[in-house]
Design a protein around this ligand. Structure first.
Ligand code: SF4
Length: 282
């Protein structure tokens, strides 16, 4: 389909067409330059496309996480290795799960002996697998633990905790031992999904036409690296440090462009830039 002449311009034109005219929900066929050759329009069924591919079943991985808590409300944290999934992020001690292998799930795998109590399970869905962590909790006195640190629960917001770890804390503190609100002081009550960009115009091409000038490289970046599925995980609450770490682990050679996605996110919403400049110019 790609022509021999100016294939880069062709790729850019296709992306612009898909972003502005042939949108999945509301294709503007009356404005479309391809309408004379479009089979979907000839069949009077343009909204049927693109066809959704059946989703591949996600493998399930298992492991255990251990929340050790002191009477003065500190919990034990450690920092993951810099490489691999969630590299460099903070976590409560967990067993050695990866995307390919399960970790142990019982209290016997805890970093030290204590009166560990089972607190249920937390499920976290990564792009390519589902992680089910058995949660264990123990009250104990502070003690030195190699490679770990005791952190005040009130200061957990300052730690680079991935969302799966935040869920562990919420599961424990909101349902078992503490009144709601002690940890989650800003509970989210309502979320508005702007499906189809009805309320807000969102366009990653605004900054990325500049950051990755080559149309083919840019198309590949959005198709394979910072994909819609990757970005939707942030909409669902995944923190940016975790998102960047996940994408960089898959495509380390694209690290600068992956970080640019967050750094230039505000530019992707032109209305935001207008509002910001309105208030900064007053
Ligand atoms: S005519 Fe075809 S290509 Fe053009 S907007 Fe409609 S469905 Fe899309």
């Amino acid at each position: 389909m790609t022509p021999d002449q100016r294939p880069g311009d062709f790729a850019q034109a296709m992306m612009d067409l898909g972003a502005t005219i042939c949108t999945p929900k509301r294709p503007a066929c009356v404005l479309c330059p391809l309408r004379d050759d479009c089979i979907a329009l000839a069949r009077d069924d343009p909204q049927r496309f693109p066809l959704k591919m059946p989703k591949a079943a996600r493998p399930v991985r298992r492991g255990a996480a251990f929340i050790a808590e002191t009477p003065d409300q500190r919990i034990l944290l450690k920092t993951r290795e810099n490489k691999g999934l969630l590299g460099g992020m903070a976590e409560v001690p967990t067993t050695a799960w990866t995307a390919r292998i399960d970790g142990e799930t019982g209290a016997g795998a805890a970093p030290f002996t204590a009166d560990w109590t089972a607190k249920g399970e937390v499920v976290h869905v990564f792009t390519h697998f589902e992680l089910r962590l058995a949660i264990w909790h123990a009250n104990l006195g502070e003690r030195p633990v190699a490679g770990a640190r005791w952190t005040k629960i009130a200061a957990l917001g300052e730690e680079a905790l991935p969302s799966v770890m935040k869920r562990q804390s919420r599961r424990l503190y909101l349902t078992h031992s503490r009144p709601a609100g002690e940890i989650m002081t800003t509970e989210i009550r309502h979320i508005v999904y702007d499906i189809g960009h009805v309320l807000v115009h969102y366009d990653p091409l605004v900054p990325f036409s500049r950051i990755i000038p080559d149309p083919e490289k840019r198309a590949r970046f959005f198709a394979e690296v910072c994909t819609d599925a990757w970005n939707h995980e942030q909409d669902r609450g995944r923190p940016w440090p975790e998102a960047e770490a996940e994408a960089i682990a898959r495509h380390p050679q694209e690290a600068d462009n992956i970080r640019a996605f967050r750094a230039h996110w505000e530019e992707m919403i032109p209305m935001f830039m207008k509002i910001q400049s309105h208030f900064t110019s007053r």
